[in-house]
Design a binder for this molecule. Structure first.
Ligand code: NAD
Length: 482
């Protein structure tokens, strides 16, 4: 008999305990070789005053077992509580969020009967770094961080996933027509890594039209790889149009650890009534079984679950008069799946699994060769509200060092001096760009001298950004109209 794999289990809040109980019962009946270690996270822990919702013994359990089956958690509103999901993903380095979204036509109502796609969302970077500032009375800022190793890990994972699960195409979604540095890097790395997978079809769409196509003709997609925020938004759209927010499972995978869950939340309005659909968590648990190398058990449960859906045995969220045969609660649904273990579906394709895609280790990312980096200027941001753009321009023109001279002032990224338009709306947040008049490199000392002069002129500089070139290529964007 195979040795049992220890897994950390959290029942979670709201409907969590009911759907976890049902899921573990199905896993046990199917012969899954697992040994659950139950921990507590979420609402009860938050209300004990622990802002992260996680106590130290939980991290020990997760690091020891490296596999986490998690029920949904209620995040209390306000009060400085941190999202437990974001904390867990980042602490454990779970860089890939994998969300299969499939429709189950004709048994579950959907406008997209042929939909069957997988969204692979970057899970650690982007605006989720949560580095935010209020810089002036009027202006707030959030940093969007996209790194080359971060892109390499998620994009390679997507291509490996496509190969392992026989998906023909990997689509990349970005907004690189606007964010040429950050989204541009994601797209560039996609092109580079994609070239190593000639057997997989590739396409790139700008996120806006890509999302429109997803909502209109989802059957045209196989695997979608995208950044954190875009992935967050499109995966909820995809789950919803598949017809079944209560049915999707999700995996969060890293080099060492992995976490499996339902995509839905704790549904407090139906908690404790025994009517919740356990399918989302069950589908997450099926992904977990593949991950811990128990593919036969995973397939046995998946096929029994499909056969149950086909038999019209449905929980209230997907029950439809004329299509469904029997309306059941959480427990009866689990019983129906258990009765069908060993049965294969009639209409749906029978599922079979092999082992999970090989893990992509971070030490496999390319970190070099190091490019030649030169400091060529500085952007000085000011909090200022004493006149027009021309007034500020004349004031700042007088501030210069031997190597640094102001060339342009922008407001919200739009050039306003010299030669701005009176129609342009202005805020109290200004960016003054200083570079060498002959385009030569400058020193940090020169920047310090410049800032001393800005200070002496009575101007409130709220931040600076250095302008660098890398092997002679500009490492910074230019303003609209610049
Ligand atoms: P939700 O997903 O809990 O519920 C949305 C709707 O879907 C509700 O009408 C609900 O009744 C229904 N629903 C969800 N799952 C169902 C199921 N298994 N069976 C039947 N119906 C189901 O979203 P929400 O109401 O926005 O959030 C509730 C709480 O869950 C919030 O505190 C939120 O922060 C949290 N949440 C947690 C996670 C997670 O732990 N991964 C994810 C999303 C939301």
């Amino acid at each position: 008999m195979t040795q049992k794999t220890k897994i950390t289990v959290a029942y979670g809040d709201g409907i969590g305990p009911e759907i976890m109980e049902a899921t573990l019962r199905i896993l046990s009946a199917a012969g899954a070789q697992i040994e659950p270690e139950v921990i507590e996270i979420g609402e009860k822990v938050y209300t004990r005053g622990i802002a992260t919702g996680v106590e130290p013994y939980v991290w020990e359990s997760l690091r020891r077992n490296q596999v986490f089956l998690k029920g949904p958690i209620t995040t209390p509103q306000g009060g400085g509580y941190k999202s437990l999901n974001v904390t867990t993903r980042k602490t454990l380095g779970l860089y890939a969020n994998v969300r299969p979204c499939q429709s189950y036509h004709p048994f579950v109502k959907t406008k997209h009967p042929m939909m069957d796609l997988v969204i692979i969302r970057e899970n650690e970077e982007d605006l989720y770094a949560g580095i935010e500032y209020q810089q002036t009375n009027e202006m707030t800022q959030s940093l969007k961080l996209i790194s080359r190793p971060g892109c390499e890990k998620i994009i390679r994972y997507a291509f490996e996933y496509a190969r392992a699960y026989n998906r023909k195409k990997v689509t990349c979604l970005t907004k690189d027509n606007i964010m040429k540095m950050t989204d541009g890097l994601f797209h560039k790395v996609y092109d580079e890594i994609g070239a190593e997978y000639p057997d997989v079809e590739k396409e790139h769409w700008i996120i806006d039209i890509g999302s429109a196509l997803l909502a209109d003709t989802p059957e045209r997609f196989g695997v979608i790889v995208t950044e954190n925020l875009y992935g967050d938004i499109i995966s909820d759209i995809a789950a919803q149009i598949a017809g079944s927010v209560g049915m999707g499972g999700s995996a969060n995978v890293g080099d060492q650890c992995a976490m499996f869950e339902a995509i839905h939340g704790s549904a407090p309005s139906i908690a404790g009534q025994g009517i919740a659909n356990p399918s989302g968590l069950l589908n997450g648990a099926i992904m977990m079984l593949v991950h811990i190398n128990q593919p036969e058990v995973a397939a046995k449960i998946h096929n029994a679950w499909l056969a149950t859906i086909e038999a019209g045995i449905h929980t209230g969220d997907i029950y439809k008069e004329g299509v469904s045969k029997r309306k059941v609660g959480t427990k009866e649904f689990a019983d129906a799946v258990i009765e069908r273990l060993g049965v294969t579906p009639n209409l749906f394709n029978t599922v079979s699994y092999q082992a999970a895609p090989r893990p992509i280790h971070s030490d496999g990312v390319t970190r070099g060769p190091k490019k030649k980096k030169e400091l060529v200027g500085v952007d000085v941001f000011l909090d200022w509200w004493n006149g027009s753009a021309d007034d500020l321009g004349k004031l700042v023109e007088g501030i210069r060092t031997e190597g640094l001279q102001m060339t342009v002032i922008s407001n919200r990224g739009e050039k306003v001096y010299p030669g701005g338009m009176p129609e342009t709306f202005l805020t109290d947040h200004w960016r003054c760009r200083f570079v060498h008049p002959q385009g030569k490199a400058v020193s940090h000392q020169e920047v310090i001298e410049l800032l001393a002069k800005v200070h002496a002129a009575g101007l409130d500089f709220i931040k600076t950004e250095h302008l660098y070139t890398f092997d002679g290529q500009k490492g910074y964007s230019t303003g609209q109209g610049e």
